[in-house]
Design a protein around this ligand. Structure first.
Ligand code: FES
Length: 114
C-alpha cells in the first residue's frame, strides 16, 4: 500500500558532514566543517528561514564523498556543495536556501567520491 503524498516538511534540508578521521585520510572536519555548520545555522536563523515549511540545518556523518570535502548536501534537490569559507556558506544560504537558485560555482565535481 502506498502512503498518500505529503508536502515536504522542510522546503530545503541541508546536511553538513562533520566527520573526523584520526588516521590521516581525507575528512571534512579537517576543513573547519563545524564552523561552516554553525555559520549556516546562524545565517538561516538571522534571515528567518528556519522552521517547518522552510529550512533545516543538520549535522551529518560521512556521506562517502570525502575527496570533495568539505561536503554539504541540500535535499530534496540532492545538490552537493563543496565550500571554502564563510562567504561561500553565506552565498549558499542567500542564493539556494532563500531564493532557490543553485550556486553553480560551489557544486561538488560529480566524479568525486570517498
Ligand atoms: S568525511 Fe565528509 S564526506 Fe566523508
Amino acid at each position: 500500500m502506498t502512503a498518500p503524498a505529503q508536502p515536504p516538511y522542510f522546503e530545503h534540508h541541508i546536511f553538513f558532514c562533520l566527520n573526523k578521521r584520526e588516521n590521516g585520510e581525507a575528512c571534512c572536519a579537517d576543513h573547519d566543517a563545524q564552523a561552516a555548520f554553525e555559520r549556516c545555522k546562524s545565517q538561516v536563523k538571522a534571515r528567518g528561514l528556519n522552521g517547518p515549511g522552510k529550512v533545516r540545518v543538520n549535522k551529518a556523518g560521512c556521506m562517502d564523498r570525502c575527496q570533495g570535502g568539505p561536503i554539504a548536501v541540500v535535499y530534496p534537490e540532492g545538490t552537493w556543495y563543496t565550500y571554502v569559507d564563510a562567504s561561500d556558506i553565506d552565498e549558499i544560504v542567500e542564493s539556494h536556501l532563500q531564493n532557490g537558485k543553485v550556486v553553480e560555482r560551489l557544486l561538488t565535481p560529480p566524479h568525486l567520491g570517498r
